[in-house]
Design a protein around this ligand. Structure first.
Ligand SMILES: Cc1cc2nc3c(=O)[nH]c(=O)nc-3n(C[C@H](O)[C@H](O)[C@H](O)COP(=O)(O)O)c2cc1C
Length: 190
């Protein structure tokens, strides 16, 4: 798959098949994140891969899904994520701009997931305190984001934004994601 194809195909997925993802595939996603650009090459990111069913059940209620269409964007029973990657920042290593490192690494992970046929959702609206307790995360690490993963059981569509940036669901429960047009965001100096 071409990189541009993965970029265009990637959408946030919030309904998943209950089919396990092979551990080797999940490790490949984190390995793609590992080699992302990093300011001063400090590489402050650390990752926890959660596949254990009991832990997944505990993590699920700590996540907030798709605010603009709540509660319809929350994965319904039987379509929850089958794995999570918890993105951590090593505070001993990180500089102030660590969020840029996190963004680059996470996008690598999400695009590799597309290539593997895996759907993902990047979650920042998370209960960090409870996640720390569930996974016994050391205070050395900041909990940055959670990436939910699974084979997709929905197919959101992207469209050109008209009046609003808010994604919405149609009568058949399909998610529509407005993106600003190239004309709106690009300025060319020739
Ligand atoms: C930093 C960040 C935090 C996000 N947090 C959440 C979240 O907490 N819950 C959620 O359902 N989606 C979350 N998203 C996904 C966005 O809602 C999604 O990227 C956006 O609606 C555009 O849809 P797309 O990913 O399909 O292009 C987050 C995305 C980013 C980049």
């Amino acid at each position: 798959m071409q990189v541009i194809e993965a970029i265009r195909k990637r959408r946030s997925i919030r309904r998943f098949e209950q089919k396990p993802i092979p551990l080797e595939t999940l490790k490949k996603l984190v390995d793609a994140a590992r080699v992302a650009p990093s300011a001063a090459n400090l590489q402050p990111l650390h990752y926890i891969l959660v596949v254990n069913a009991d832990l997944r059940e505990k993590i699920f209620p700590t996540l907030t899904w798709a605010g603009y269409v709540a509660p319809k964007g929350t994965p319904p029973p039987g379509e929850e994520p089958v794995a999570y990657v918890i993105i951590l920042i090593n505070k001993d290593v990180a500089r102030e701009d660590y969020q840029l490192d996190a963004g680059a690494a996470i996008e690598n992970l999400l695009l590799t997931a597309v290539e593997e046929g895996i759907g993902s959702c990047w979650l920042g609206a998370i209960d960090r305190h409870t996640i720390r307790e569930i996974l016994d995360v050391s205070e050395l690490f900041e909990i940055e984001s959670v990436i939910a993963l699974g084979y997709p059981s929905e197919e959101p569509v992207v469209e050109t934004m008209k009046d609003s940036i808010e994604y919405w669901k149609d009568d058949s429960d399909r998610l529509h994601v407005p993106k600003r047009s190239l004309e709106e965001v690009l300025e060319i100096k020739e």
